[in-house]
Design a protein around this ligand. Structure first.
Ligand code: FES
Length: 135
């Protein structure tokens, strides 16, 4: 059985060694969101191909929870169809962090998901328009 200590180390590891941290050159979509409670910002760059997230990087600053959450999410997003990314729930993201998140830190934990949702929705609209143009 995995205990809380493991999860804390796991989060700390993603915070200290964030996966997919940085910027992509010429991303297809780039989006940032602000946590209004603290002023921290997380942004993501997406490379897309055939309705999938081919590559993703995140940047910005924030607490361990927000950074670990972004790191975990980007690992999961690579190769994922956009439609699937749009359906990722808040509960899933919180569950993946694996620790009890206090109400005050919920926005930290979900900041990166907001970036994906708003970014992905914007993107879906563009794709939709392109499809219409093609027809
Ligand atoms: Fe700013 Fe958590 S305190 S994102």
């Amino acid at each position: 059985m995995v205990d809380d200590q493991f999860y804390r180390e796991y989060i700390l590891d993603h915070y200290k060694n964030p996966r997919n941290f940085g910027r992509l050159e010429k991303p297809d979509v780039s989006h940032e969101e602000l946590n209004p409670l603290c002023g921290d910002v997380i942004g993501m760059d997406f490379k897309l191909a055939e309705g999938r997230i081919e590559d993703v990087r995140f940047h910005g600053r924030g607490c361990a929870i927000s950074q670990a959450s972004a790191s975990l999410l980007t690992e999961r997003l690579k190769g994922m169809p956009l439609e699937e990314a749009r359906k990722i729930s808040k509960e899933e993201v919180l569950e993946e962090l694996g620790i009890q998140i206090s109400p005050a830190r919920i926005k930290c934990a979900l900041l990166s998901l907001k970036v994906v949702k708003v970014g992905a929705y914007g993107l879906a609209e563009e794709e939709f328009e392109e499809d219409e143009d093609d027809s």
